[in-house]
Design a protein around this ligand. Structure first.
Ligand SMILES: C[S@@+](CC[C@H](N)C(=O)[O-])C[C@H]1O[C@@H](n2cnc3c(N)ncnc32)[C@H](O)[C@@H]1O
Length: 402
């Protein structure tokens, strides 16, 4: 996601945005009222992002791309999708097409604007590896409509093979893909206070939502690094971080749905030891509004994205507990380079204007540079009865870090 140095105070809100903010704030306040004035942060984040009609991903304000709040890798151009297509090409090319249950199914979770589906399917067609069916699981009614109109316009011949589903299918044979979805699953926040972990909640006073301390956390619920007995490396008071209990049910549901094939999750994140590093005293929670990145989730309710990085060790552990194999873990840069991003862009450059070549080089820098998306975004491959190779995990094999 792109950041800029715009000061937070400078946003002028439209009347529509103000209306959404006011109505959503009132709903959250009424929830607070029912729960003695405090709700867990995860409940606030759930409502701020997903409250029907009002939450950030549910309202009809613009979100993706230059005119929105942030830019994801597939929104920057088609190189990300082209590499992804090369990674999964063999899977769809080699699997036999079966009837009546298709075995070459690609399920995208949280498809955003729909642009990844467009570019991925176009490239898979070029590579003679189109899936029989492309499923999209998207909880946002507004984004679903946006995806439908984009895909209908850009892929009219394939459109009848695309289906929007509202729950995970049973016995899926194929591939599940989610780019920047896990970081949008609500998380809990905890803070070290007087040598104890306290859950951070949300309260309301004098027109503002505020952080508040909830009861001490049961250490068995915490990531193991946080719950270990503290020696001299004990986390200091005020150390604030996040963890994501909801990931457990989410991964379990994917594992149960998959009969054979693979799950590719691409997201901002680290292994547990990097995530809960002693120096990461403020955690990873970030908010995005008009390409401004900040760490104040209680502001601009319903008008900004709220994300927290993914603990990939947690994802791997849950996957293992649910009979999935952890088949690969790498950085976005490693994944894209192994799938030929430089060769793809060099080849395209031959037919491009200088301006287009400049844009491609900007795109590649953002996707690959360590200070941008190259290192902090990771790709994990989980699988079940997988017989073909998914490419991209040998150039920079980070499995040992999990
Ligand atoms: C940051 S956007 C990423 C969109 C897109 N994948 C991309 O890379 O541009 C997060 C997406 O995940 C969806 N989402 C959030 N929680 C979800 C969940 N539990 N299941 C499925 N989709 C979810 C949102 O509605 C949105 O489409």
């Amino acid at each position: 996601m792109k950041q800029s140095a715009k000061p937070l105070e400078s946003f002028k809100l439209s009347e529509q945005a103000k209306g959404i903010q006011d109505r959503l704030s009132a709903k959250i306040q009424s929830e607070l009222f029912k729960q003695d004035g405090k709700i867990p942060f995860s409940q606030f984040m759930q409502m701020a992002l997903y409250e029907p009609g009002l939450g950030y991903y549910q309202n009809n304000l613009h979100k993706f791309g230059e005119k929105g709040d942030f830019i994801t890798a597939p929104e920057m151009g088609s190189n990300f999708a082209k590499c992804l297509a090369r990674s999964i090409r063999q899977f769809f090319h080699d699997s036999p097409s079966t009837e009546p249950t298709p075995s070459r199914v690609l399920l995208e979770i949280g498809a955003g604007s729909g642009i990844l589906a467009v570019n991925l399917l176009m490239e898979l067609e070029q590579l003679d590896a189109l899936p029989d069916q492309y499923l999209i699981l998207e909880p946002s009614a507004q984004l679903k409509n946006q995806q439908k109109s984009l895909l209908k316009k850009r892929l009219p011949d394939y459109f009848s093979n695309i289906e929007w589903i509202s729950q995970l299918p049973e016995k899926l044979q194929g591939l599940i893909l989610a780019n920047e979805v896990v970081d949008a699953i609500p998380c809990e926040r905890v803070r070290r206070v007087d040598g104890q972990w306290r859950q951070l909640g949300v309260s309301y006073a004098n027109g503002d939502f505020n952080d508040c301390l909830m009861t001490p956390v049961d250490v068995d619920d915490l990531p193991s690094l946080l719950s270990r007995e503290c020696g001299e490396n004990c986390y200091p008071d005020d150390y604030t971080t996040e963890y994501r209990p909801l990931a457990k049910g989410w991964i379990k549901a994917l594992a149960n749905s998959l009969d054979s094939g693979a799950i590719l999750l691409i997201d901002y994140g680290y292994s547990e030891s990097e995530f809960y590093h002693l120096q990461r005293v403020q955690g990873s929670l970030r908010c995005f509004i008009s390409h401004h990145s900040h760490s104040q989730p209680l502001q601009y309710v319903g008008l900004q994205d709220i994300t927290a990085h993914v603990d990939f060790s947690q994802i791997a552990r849950i996957a293992y507990e649910n009979a999935l194999e952890i088949s690969g873990y790498t950085s976005q840069a490693g994944f894209l380079l192994e799938n030929g991003i430089t060769e793809i862009s060099d080849e395209r450059a031959q037919n491009q204007t200088p301006e287009q070549r400049y844009q491609t080089s900007q795109e590649l820098q953002k996707l690959l540079m360590p200070g941008q998306m190259g290192e902090v975004i990771k790709v994990i491959l989980l699988s079940k009865n997988l017989e073909t190779q998914i490419k991209g995990f040998t150039l920079q094999d980070h499995l040992h870090r999990l």
